[in-house]
Design a protein around this ligand. Structure first.
Ligand code: ADP
Length: 253
């Protein structure tokens, strides 16, 4: 706790050697976890990305964590929280490594077109109000090599830097930045700094993309990231649409 520079975030800290998934653990132990809790694991044996896809989380080489948050916000703000986490991690990674990090809406950070971080936000609550958010974050820090299918899509900070990177330095900086962005928004309705980071470093904006919904794939152009975290796209017939992260995938052409 002494290394943390936060006022309230992660003061309840659960550090696990090995877990199926930190989000699943947080769900199972929801009654023991308070607002602001962090569940951190050295290894996940069943880490997940969106749509049930698996997330490789090798032992001691990454930051595999879940933040438990009760922002008391309306449900339609959930997407904003994912954007807030992405912007905070972007700033932390850039400050620690200096790497040219891109944000792939809605939930991934990439360097050189390869994924270094993924975010999986899960919401519970009634229809209109967020009761609790689980913000799952995986960062590839010190892997030296990836094998199998993900070798083509994944990279680590160590691979890009050609030297090991301190997980503690990155994590403590991220928590400090995240807490500031969170308080700015939840307490002061100020979201401009997050939007600026998201828009400035987006790899999709003004690019031709494919919008993938189920097995449908439609050509479009990403034109804006809306204040509420949704991506505005324009299709070839001129129609435009605001996409929420949960329902579609986008791929740069
Ligand atoms: P996307 O946002 O690209 O649709 P997800 O957020 O669902 O993808 O993440 C799951 C995908 O990420 C997996 O299908 C796999 O290709 C890739 N992946 C799995 N583990 C890792 C990892 N440690 N680092 C980078 N990419 C990974």
């Amino acid at each position: 706790k002494s290394v943390l520079k936060t006022r309230w975030l992660a003061h309840q800290l659960v550090h696990l050697e090995s877990v199926d998934s930190t989000n699943i653990w947080a769900k199972k132990h929801q009654h023991e976890l308070r607002h602001g809790a962090m569940v951190l694991a050295e290894e996940q044996t069943g880490g997940r990305g969106r749509l049930g896809r698996s997330w490789e989380s090798s032992k001691g080489e990454g930051i595999w964590m879940t933040l438990v948050l009760e922002p008391g916000l309306p449900m339609h703000d959930a997407g904003k929280m994912t954007q807030l986490a992405a912007a905070a991690m972007h700033q932390a990674v850039v400050e620690v490594t200096g790497l040219p990090v891109k944000i792939k809406w809605p939930n991934d950070l990439l360097v050189d077109n390869q994924k270094i971080c993924g975010i999986l936000t899960e919401v519970s609550g009634e229809l209109t109000r967020i009761e609790r958010l689980l913000v799952g974050i995986g960062v590839n820090v010190n892997q030296q090599v990836f094998s199998g299918e993900i070798a083509e899509v994944a990279t680590s900070l160590r691979i890009m830097m050609e030297q090991p990177v301190s997980r503690v330095a990155l994590l403590t900086l991220f928590l400090k930045i995240f807490e500031k962005c969170y308080d700015d928004y939840v307490l002061h309705q100020s979201y401009g700094a997050v939007l600026r980071v998201i828009r400035e470093h987006s790899m999709l904006l003004n690019q031709p993309i494919d919008v993938i919904r189920g097995d449908q794939r439609v050509a479009a152009r990403a034109v804006n990231i809306h204040e509420d975290g949704r991506l505005e796209v324009v299709y070839e017939d001129g129609r435009s649409e605001l996409l929420a992260g949960g329902e579609v995938s986008v791929r740069r052409k």
